[in-house]
Design a protein. Structure first.
Length: 96
């Protein structure tokens, strides 16, 4: 990938990452409300929440964020490839 294309891809990548983070946060909150309708997402520092509930919420949040991040990054790369006809992924042996 040329340096110009790489420079063009960086802002797109940052923007899609921010949008993906917001989407993942909303998806996790919605999912948590379905799992636990009584209370909001547990804060790890809230000692009134159970020691089982906090790690469970963190595990679910990690999975949701990982899946959404991968999907958003993939969609951004595919869209960039369609627009520029250039693969946005770094080639082997080149610096990132």
């Amino acid at each position: 990938m040329s340096d110009v294309i790489r420079i063009l891809y960086k802002p797109l990548s940052v923007a899609t990452s921010v949008a993906g983070g917001m989407l993942a946060g909303a998806a996790f909150t919605r999912l948590w409300r379905r799992v636990n309708t009584d209370e909001a997402v547990p804060d790890p520092k809230d000692l009134h929440r159970s020691s089982r509930e906090v790690p469970t919420a963190a595990a679910i949040q990690g999975v949701v964020f990982g899946v959404v991040k991968a999907a958003v990054d993939r969609a951004g790369a595919r869209g960039f490839e369609k627009l520029t006809h250039s693969d946005p992924s770094p080639t082997r042996g080149s610096p990132k």
